[in-house]
Design a binder for this molecule. Structure first.
Ligand SMILES: *Cc1c(COP(=O)(O)O)cnc(C)c1O
Ligand SMILES: [Zn+2]
Length: 401
């Protein structure tokens, strides 16, 4: 017998490329077979009911049965998850949307949904006996890892582009992380991490290379379903960088189908990957401008989270767009700022530029007719504006000019 009550139904991992089975019970990175992301599988059967959600737990850990941490004592939590879905009735009326809502991930610990993934990844690292972690980041993931490592008593090394706003760097330092600044984008940071970690001294928390950040982000999908009484929206607008959230939300919907918690005839939402025009590898592949993003060169954008030029999860993202009848779209820097200002001044929600981008994209898709006038559109705002203030300071001026 285990010395604790096992709540997790985790059974094994599979290679997302070839389907080979891998163990879920020791530290894993990319699949050894294909060097691609691993996906977690659970012993899903009808012994688990909606009522088994731990409703007394008001964090993402309420879904513990479908999360990979085996021993509850290993959970490293700062209260992440269960963020509100807010009605945007004023903006809906102004722009002729039938129903518009926003899930506000900016309310998570450390100001973004990266808290979900890093809570899971650091908990699982603790369960696997790791004591030091390293991460390449565009900003928010580094801040979140620094906080969760502090909480867990682990050493943290964060590798970030030099041009990232200072607030991201200051937060990492305040949490006690070692901070390395790199000239370039997140893929250059990833190369640095690889070089620094050849002796595997650190657990590598790179998204999708570490298998469980995905499982943390998956909980957004569980929450959307639960909060909307299992009546899913028609469209989900998602600001896509590495794609972990897009892939995770879709994985959640598939698991809910397997559980039988969604109506049999219920159509799943169409997923929209929103990218910055300055860095749009998924848009370019989706729209046939390139066969894949292996040689894509991106530029920095105010939405740092979207500056991921060569995401390893590209095939999984394209699969989600195909299976969901979704699409990909780009937004200019000006339009995303206009989007931030409109959400803050009209609805009182001060979103990150990534959030501004999805709102700008929703308006474009309504105009083009891709979004129909009778549909429920959910904006998934991934972060708060707080850490971006350096870059947003003259937003009011700029947009008034
Ligand atoms: C990381 C990040 C994104 C991109 O998330 P992925 O799930 O990796 O695509 C979007 N918005 C914000 C605020 C982020 O920090
Ligand atoms: Zn494989």
């Amino acid at each position: 017998m285990l010395p604790f009550q096992k709540v997790s139904l985790l059974s094994h991992l599979t290679c997302s490329n070839c389907g080979n089975i891998h163990s879920a019970f020791h530290t894993q990175t990319l699949s050894v077979c294909c060097q691609l992301p691993l996906l977690s599988h659970y012993q899903i059967n009808n012994s688990i009911q909606k009522e088994d959600i731990l409703e007394s737990n008001t964090t993402l850990w309420r879904y513990a049965a479908l999360l990979p941490v085996l021993n509850p004592a290993n959970r490293v939590s700062l209260g992440e998850g269960l963020t509100p879905i807010l009605d945007l009735s004023k903006l809906a009326e102004l722009h002729s949307f039938h129903k518009l809502s926003l899930k506000d991930e900016g309310l998570n610990p450390t100001g973004s949904f990266k808290a979900r993934g890093l809570s899971l990844a650091i908990s699982k690292a603790k369960e696997n006996g790791e004591t030091a972690c390293i991460i390449p980041t565009a900003g928010n993931a580094g801040v979140a890892m620094a906080a969760y490592c502090a909480r867990a008593g682990m050493e943290a090394v964060v590798v970030m582009p030099r041009h990232t706003p200072d607030a991201f760097k200051d937060h990492c330092l305040a949490y006690g992380a070692e901070l390395l600044l790199i000239d370039g984008l997140i893929n250059d940071c990833a190369a640095k991490v690889k070089a620094l970690n050849e002796n595997r001294r650190y657990a590598d928390m790179s998204t999708l290379k570490e298998p469980y950040r995905l499982e943390g982000k998956k909980t957004m999908g569980f929450e959307i379903a639960e909060q909307l009484a299992y009546d899913l929206p028609d469209v989900i607008m998602y600001p896509t960088g590495g794609g972990t959230g897009l892939i995770g939300i879709w994985k959640a919907f598939r698991e809910l189908q397997q559980l039988g918690w969604l109506a049999n005839d219920a159509r799943l939402p169409r997923m929209v990957a929103v990218q910055a025009a300055e860095c749009s590898p998924i848009f370019d592949t989706f729209s046939g401008k390139q066969t894949n993003s292996k040689n894509y060169v991106g530029r920095p954008t105010l939405a740092n989270g979207l500056a991921v030029p060569r995401p390893i999860g590209e095939p999984l993202m394209l699969q989600v767009l195909a299976e969901s009848n979704g699409t990909a779209i780009t937004v200019s820097e000006t339009d995303m700022l206009q989007g931030v200002l409109e959400l803050s001044s009209k609805e009182g929600i001060f979103v990150a530029p990534e959030g501004g981008a999805i709102w700008a994209a929703a308006k474009q898709l309504l105009q083009s007719g891709w979004i129909r006038s009778d549909e429920h559109i959910l904006l998934l705002n991934t972060g708060s504006a707080q850490l971006y203030l350096d870059n947003l300071k003259d937003l009011w001026q700029r947009t008034n000019d």
